[in-house]
Design a protein around this ligand. Structure first.
Ligand code: 5GP
Length: 123
């Protein structure tokens, strides 16, 4: 099954184009990171590649080595700068329908700053 086409009107594409503001925490040539507008914990940062990738699998299959290295390194730098490394945190990449992904531009959530609930609460 093919990866769905990228929608350039998704909200994170608009943030990347500067059409919508964000609370930026990190930026380099390949990556932008900003605070989630509806934080689930004291630290809740979204890390996105600047390239047009819908999901982690799309990125892992189709991005260049340079983009993948930059994204992975950025996640390390941002986690360190956010101060969550020692106590721990959760890294989440919700993916498409079953993963309940709302915004179809790859993003990982870095969530921490307090002890989190169960990963998949039964509800
Ligand atoms: P998903 O469900 O796709 O994994 O997560 C999307 C996340 O994006 C949600 O946590 C939501 O709060 C966040 N979000 C949605 N719209 C905006 C926005 O305009 N700005 C920021 N900073 N976060 C957003």
């Amino acid at each position: 099954m093919a990866v769905p086409a990228y929608d350039p009107e998704n909200i994170f594409a608009k943030i990347l184009r500067g059409e919508i503001p964000c609370s930026k925490v990190y930026e380099d040539d390949y990556v932008l990171a900003f605070n989630d507008i509806a934080p689930q914990a004291p630290t809740h940062v979204l890390v996105i590649p600047k390239g047009a990738y819908t999901s982690y699998d799309d990125f892992a299959l189709n991005a260049s080595d340079e983009e993948i290295i930059a994204y992975t390194r950025a996640i390390g730098k941002i986690s360190k700068a956010a101060g969550v490394i020692e106590d721990g945190y959760r890294l989440i990449a919700n993916t498409r329908d079953h993963g309940r992904q709302d915004v179809p531009h790859l993003h990982v959530h870095i969530i921490g700053g307090e002890k989190l609930g169960l990963m998949l609460p039964k509800a």
